[in-house]
Design a protein. Structure first.
Length: 534
């Protein structure tokens, strides 16, 4: 589309070459349009010539839709007058309001929240409120909702459901306010992404506390829901990082997906069945108000498990049918997402490197399977758990010994997350020690924050957290071994629970201090979970 040309930073060298080629072609009067076109350079606008030249050189050029906006390069006074008339006819305020809403939101957000939240965003803008203030208000509202759920009363549950929905309205409003008023910031993007996780998991804890007041212990279900949701997210992140810049990245299933998207209702259905944040929070709020925490967690586990199977199956099919060549950047991103500590790094550096395209995911699954099986089957306090944790550490190092460029290597980080989180959950649940499950919930929350922080740093182009941080908190295999040793040694009345609590506090302090320091001072690009499919 002449007049509109956007180029990613990595394509700037190609833009320079295109400028040179276009200039030379203009001097020679050479046609630059598509094959068979008779238009010469002098007959085309400069953006159009650049776009055609870059397309011909193999560089992807984005041509965003203008919608109701007007863009033109008039060649004479009559065309200029027509263009000015078109510009004057545009309702700028209406365009700003429409542009404040994300184009690819879920069904619930699009039809139940955005029709009025955009006006709340405009109200906030006219009163000088900032997106960060609205984000903070959303967090505080969700925390109050968690507190209401923790009362364990029907009135508290109803209030919690209503407040959770209002918190989500504010969560949509902050981004719409940022787009409406053009108030983008690194801090705002980090707060928005981080607070989403904090709100949801704090609400899980509130439901568990409320159920406990009524004599129903659902901490294992709450932790299970958090583990499942975190693993779903890391699958999304890992797959996208492995494939977004892959070469020859095509698959027959991608063509099928495009065909389905051409049918309007299938788009909404596919967005809804993966249970995105809008649908998920709406379900949680309604079930909280009408049922019990146990039913809420059952629904979450079933819904999220189905969504995880659906999305993972599709990605496995795409990975097996496409012929993509992964880049070194993608391999490094997967290695960073793996969160390998000193033990795994030692094995990777000095252990055997097993050849084969399937080595990494297979070895990771074998190690994780042995670890989780031991946590579920061995008696609590068994020394066999330590042996399984050591075996897992060896497998972890072997899995990352070679660059993660295989078709299914994106599975390695999610397998590691599942192994660590599920082991903590299984050991705490089988310990029969009061306070062990809430302590495990706190530990997984702290570790999950570190893993989300790693994702957002990579997305911002600043790389993973520093190695000293990963070494200090042990890496996934180191933390798993520590928990296994604690379970074997501290089998007394409350020792295991106290140890888990201390470990959770230590990890949280180190991770939070470094994360806050980084995001406040780094000046990293703003990133957000814009396309959160989970």
């Amino acid at each position: 589309m002449p007049g509109v040309l956007t180029v990613q930073p990595e394509a700037r060298p190609a833009l320079v070459r295109a400028l040179s080629s276009t200039s030379e072609a203009a001097d020679a009067g050479v046609p630059t349009g598509p094959p068979g076109s008779t238009a010469t350079v002098a007959d085309r606008t400069v953006p159009g010539r650049l776009a055609a030249t870059m397309d011909a050189q193999g560089t992807e050029v984005q041509r965003p839709e203008l919608g109701s906006l007007v863009a033109a390069v008039p060649a004479d006074e009559a065309a200029r007058a027509t263009a000015l008339s078109g510009v004057a006819a545009v309702d700028d305020e209406a365009v700003r309001l429409r542009s404040a809403v994300k184009a690819r939101d879920g069904f619930f957000t699009t039809y139940c929240i955005s029709p009025y939240s955009r006006y709340i965003a405009r109200w906030c803008a006219r009163r000088g409120l900032t997106p960060n203030q609205v984000t903070t208000a959303s967090l505080l509202t969700a925390l109050v909702a968690a507190g209401c759920a923790a009362t364990g009363t029907r009135g508290g549950y109803v209030a919690a459901g209503l407040l959770l929905l209002f918190s989500f309205v504010l969560d949509c409003t902050d981004g719409q306010l940022a787009r409406y008023s053009l108030q983008y910031s690194t801090m705002g993007a980090w707060l928005d992404a981080t607070f989403d996780r904090a709100k949801e998991y704090a609400y899980y804890a509130g439901l568990a506390l409320g159920a406990a007041r009524g004599g129903d212990d659902v901490w294992a279900l709450a932790l299970g829901a958090m583990v499942l949701q975190s693993c779903r997210h890391v699958i999304d992140f890992s797959f996208n990082e492995a494939n977004h810049d892959a070469v020859a990245n095509s698959s027959p299933t991608a063509a099928l997906s495009d065909k389905l998207d051409s049918v309007g209702w299938t788009v909404w259905l596919r967005r809804m069945i993966v249970l995105p944040i809008g649908e998920r929070w709406a379900m949680i709020a309604v079930l909280t108000a009408l049922t019990t925490p146990r039913i809420v967690f059952y629904a979450l586990l079933v819904g999220c498990a189905f969504a995880a199977c659906y999305t993972t199956a599709g990605r496995l099919l795409r990975s097996l049918t496409r012929k993509a060549r992964r880049t070194d950047r993608a391999a490094q991103a997967l290695a960073d997402l793996a969160d390998s500590g000193p033990l795994a790094q030692l094995v990777a550096a000095r252990g055997p490197r097993i050849p084969g395209a399937w080595t990494a995911p297979v070895v990771a699954v074998v190690g994780a399977g042995a670890l989780i099986a031991a946590a579920l089957q061995q008696p609590f306090g068994s020394r066999q758990m330590i042996v399984a944790a050591v075996f897992y550490a060896v497998c972890s190092g072997t899995a990352v010994a070679r660059p993660l460029k295989g078709a299914l290597d994106w599975l390695v980080p999610p397998v590691f997350r599942a192994a660590e989180y599920c082991t903590i959950l299984a050991l705490a649940a089988r310990s029969d020690i009061d306070g062990a499950l809430p302590a495990a919930f706190g530990l997984v929350s702290a570790v999950a924050y570190h893993h989300y922080d790693t994702v957002y740093r990579i997305r911002g182009g600043t790389g993973a957290p520093p190695q000293w941080l990963v070494r200090t908190i042990g890496g996934h295999e180191g933390r798993t071994l520590v928990v296994a040793v604690l379970a074997a040694v501290l089998t007394g009345a409350s020792g295991f629970a106290v140890a888990l609590t201390a470990l959770a506090v230590a990890v949280a302090l180190v991770v939070l201090v470094e994360s806050i320091r980084f995001w406040v001072s780094s000046g990293a690009p703003a990133v957000h979970d814009e396309g959160e499919p989970a």
